[in-house]
Design a protein around this ligand. Structure first.
Ligand code: SF4
Ligand code: SF4
Length: 135
């Protein structure tokens, strides 16, 4: 894949923002896939945690933005404790969510939830879900 100068500028800006929000350097990732092997949510994700790190290394913003991986991440930190490069992958996932939410885009729309569904869900689950998935 050949990146244009504009692509490279977007990738650099994205990479710097990701580093600022997460405090992590995804370029340290050596693609060992330990994170994917540890992840209890991997089967629900369209890209594995390892692949997300790879996309982030190259600043492939469009592919990252379209992914459901960082929304499905349960923030369990199983990947983080096992990463041989010491990367806090859970923080990277949170930073990817923040990059979307800061543009006032929600992953779920609270107003679109059926009233009967809201009634049956525990309030703490609703609050936690809205904090994670809405801007
Ligand atoms: S465990 Fe760490 S080094 Fe290995 S693929 Fe995942 S983020 Fe990269
Ligand atoms: S923190 Fe997220 S990506 Fe890491 S193992 Fe847990 S669910 Fe998977």
């Amino acid at each position: 894949m050949t990146l244009t100068i504009t692509d490279q500028a977007i990738a650099l800006k994205f990479f710097e923002k990701l580093k600022e929000l997460s405090g992590e350097n995804v370029k340290l990732c050596m693609q060992c896939a330990t994170c994917t092997g540890m992840c209890p949510m991997a089967a629900e994700m369209d890209h594995s945690p390892r692949k997300i790190m790879h996309l982030a290394q190259f600043g492939l913003v469009d592919m990252l933005s379209a992914s459901n991986t960082f929304w499905k991440c349960a923030s369990c930190h199983a990947c983080t404790v096992k990463c041989p490069r010491g990367i806090d992958i859970a923080k990277v996932m949170e930073a990817l969510r923040q990059q979307v939410l800061r543009k006032s885009k929600n992953y779920i729309e609270p107003s679109a939830l059926p009233a009967e569904r809201i009634e049956e869900l525990p309030q703490i689950a609703l609050v936690a879900g809205f904090r994670k998935l809405t801007s």
